[in-house]
Write a protein that binds this ligand. Structure first.
Ligand SMILES: NC(=O)c1ccc[n+]([C@@H]2O[C@H](COP(=O)([O-])OP(=O)(O)OC[C@H]3O[C@@H](n4cnc5c(N)ncnc54)[C@H](OP(=O)(O)O)[C@@H]3O)[C@@H](O)[C@H]2O)c1
Length: 244
């Protein structure tokens, strides 16, 4: 039975990955900080293994690496948003974001790939965002790194598949946790987490390297590539002020 490690598995997109991969017959290792929620999620998925870890800490990163060594599929999904513009966000929160969004993705991928190559199977899905293509603040920059990193590793390491998943707005706890006001986001721009995961796994099986679920977001990302990056950044910054 193949094993999947999912970080940030207690809510939103990570919980949707857990439900779907359990149904697909994976043995699960679920990682997050909240032990009680992890225990409940593990029970819902048929007694998955849990790892209580904060990926913004050295200890949590080491626990994540250890779990990744035994996984056939790693879903680097844990992440969070930040309200406000650059100088309004405490520096320590920005640094924590880089650890969770970039260092954890790098270290868990690095820990997982040798075993996957040895076993001749496996893969990594790194959850980035459409924000990767419209850089705004540390969040967009960190997700742009996830996309570039995944593309680089996919080219460098044959025999395993590495994919960046770039969703747009998904109904999860993400925006509430960051206290963002997203009431102005038009309905057609909201995605369902289960649907995002179904699209992601279909793209993953097809060997896609950068997956953008939803036709509306495929069009937006396509458009974003046609306009100068500076302009895309300015437009994104102006749009972002609405969530303050
Ligand atoms: N929702 C969106 O609109 C959207 C759009 C594009 C991309 N994304 C990306 O999708 C991923 C999942 O987000 P989501 O929307 O599903 O958010 P969510 O509902 O808030 O879930 C976040 C998950 O990450 C875990 N987590 C947060 N910080 C962590 C840390 N330091 N260490 C370990 N686990 C941590 C949380 O559990 P604990 O609190 O228990 O640790 C939770 O399980 C993120 O990478 C996010 O950037 C989301």
């Amino acid at each position: 039975m193949p094993t999947a490690l999912i970080t940030g598995a207690t809510a939103g997109i990570g919980a949707a990955f857990a439900r779907r991969l359990a149904a697909d017959g994976f043995r699960l290792i679920l990682l997050a900080r909240d032990a009680e929620r992890l225990a409940r999620a593990a029970e819902d998925c048929g007694n998955a293994e849990v790892v209580v870890a904060d990926l913004a800490t050295d200890d949590g990163l080491a626990k994540g690496e250890e779990a990744a060594r035994h996984a056939d599929l790693v879903v680097n999904n844990a992440g969070f948003g930040q309200k406000g513009r650059f100088l309004q966000v405490p520096l320590e929160d920005e640094l924590a974001m880089l650890r969770v969004h970039c260092e954890a993705v790098l270290r868990l991928t690095h820990a997982a790939l040798p075993g996957m190559r040895e076993r001749g199977r496996g893969g990594v899905i790194n959850v980035a965002s459409v924000a990767a293509f419209f850089s705004r603040g540390t969040y967009g920059a960190s997700k742009a790194w996830v996309v570039g990193f995944s593309q680089g590793v996919a080219a460098d390491v044959p025999g395993v598949h590495v994919m960046a998943l770039c969703p747009g707005f998904v109904r999860t706890e993400f925006h509430d946790r960051a206290e963002m006001n997203v009431s102005g986001i038009p309905k057609p721009f909201w995605l369902d987490a289960d649907r995002v995961v179904a699209d992601a796994l279909r793209d993953f099986r097809k060997g896609v390297t950068v997956s953008v679920p939803g036709v509306q977001y495929k069009a937006l990302v396509g458009l974003g590539k046609l306009i100068p990056r500076n302009l895309a950044g300015r437009l994104s910054s102006r749009t972002g002020r609405r969530y303050d």
